[in-house]
Design a protein around this ligand. Sequence first.
Ligand code: CTP
Ligand code: MG
Length: 227
Amino acid sequence: MSRIALVPAAGGGSRMGAGRPKQYLELAGRPLLAHTLARLLAEPRLDRIVLVLAADDGWFDTFAWPEDRRLAVLRVGGPSRAESVRNGLAVLAADAGDWVLVHDAARCCLPAAALARLIDTLDDDEVGGLLAVPVADTLKRADGGLRVAATVARDGLWQAQTPQMFRAGLLARALGGELDAGVTDEASAVERLGLSPRLVEGDTMNLKVTWPHDLPLARAILAAERG
Ligand code: CTP
Ligand code: MG
């Protein structure tokens, strides 16, 4: 049984609007994606780290990347995140019982302790699960416009993060069906099979760099870690 990190990195970064995919933006002297890979490579229990790039990615080869025999690159990205993961899974030659930890390339600040906690908690789990954090803000449901229709109780609500860790066989089955807009992460696909993924406490530092204002936040997190 091995543990494989699968890193979808085939997105275009439209919300960032930076003129290049956000995974290739510079953060503290190296591309954002290099930080993501370094965090995964630092966990010795991961046997392989498999990157899924867009087939027409012209950026990856313009940078230097860690020389590590655990790292592999597949150029099989699809039009959606779910399809990129499905395509990567189809070609990475995992055994059905292998753990696959799907981790967004855009989550470049993943704390080592959160990754370790995910593996520690789920290694014997029947289903698998994901990092997540309890919702902190008060939630409002809108009336269809900009008026509040209701306040939604936040008890029991969690924000999903990545990595999301499932057995390769289960994940392939879950992602093998129709991938409509409701499949926004691996866990939602697994839930459709009637299974209940386990929530493992993540970390608010594990942000997904999405908008331009996320860049200074990510830089601050990386700088604070370096002390
Ligand atoms: N991703 C992917 N294939 C896609 C779309 C997204 O591999 N077709 C990856 C992204 O590269 C990212 C992760 O999935 O690491 C999370 O997606 P998101 O934050 O939405 O990134 P983008 O799709 O690139 O950004 P945007 O939605 O703003 O265009
Ligand atoms: Mg996207």
